[in-house]
Design a protein around this ligand. Structure first.
Ligand code: ZN
Length: 160
């Protein structure tokens, strides 16, 4: 029994790295797989820009709901009683006209351009639907969030 067990684990020791190598080469052959995994990671809901806005709004004493799926575009922050929502957009993925989002973004351009265009289109439709339903919408861009004081002023102004 003991012998059989040790033989088995020897086989496992050999088999494991082979399996791992196969996995790596399969990812190398399928760059799309890697790309979409990256995109998922980058577009995660609790992104750094969004966390900055949440921290700021929270420190000002506002209470909000997150990513409300019942509303068009599932806005990042929802202030239901005020009928106001905030989207926090990464400049690259949502095609901001700034350096980071516009022509400055050179990596994988042909691959990403249509996806970014689709994001932009979706964002526009969401804002239009929300506005039509009587919501006030504020879109904050990643590149605007470095100045915490300015962000506070904008939040207070929007939420009053
Ligand atoms: Zn920007």
């Amino acid at each position: 029994m003991a012998v059989r067990h040790s033989k088995l684990s020897q086989i496992e020791k050999i088999a494991r790295p082979i399996k791992w190598r196969w996995r790596i080469s399969s990812l190398q052959e399928n760059p799309d797989k890697v790309r979409s995994a990256n995109m998922r990671a980058i577009r995660s809901k609790n992104s750094r820009p969004e966390m900055a806005v949440r921290r700021c709004a929270h420190s000002l004493g506002y209470r909000y709901r997150l990513h409300d799926k019942r509303l068009p575009g599932s806005p990042d922050l929802v202030f239901r009683s005020r009928k106001k929502v905030i989207f926090v957009h990464g400049c690259y993925w949502h095609g901001h006209g700034c350096k980071r989002g516009g022509s400055g973004a050179k990596t994988n351009t042909e691959y990403w351009r249509p996806k970014i265009a689709r994001n932009k289109e979706r964002d526009k439709i969401s804002v239009n639907k929300l506005t039509a339903d009587g919501w006030n919408v504020l879109t904050l861009w990643e590149c605007e969030l470095n100045d915490v004081h300015a962000l506070k002023v904008r939040l207070v102004d929007f939420l009053k």
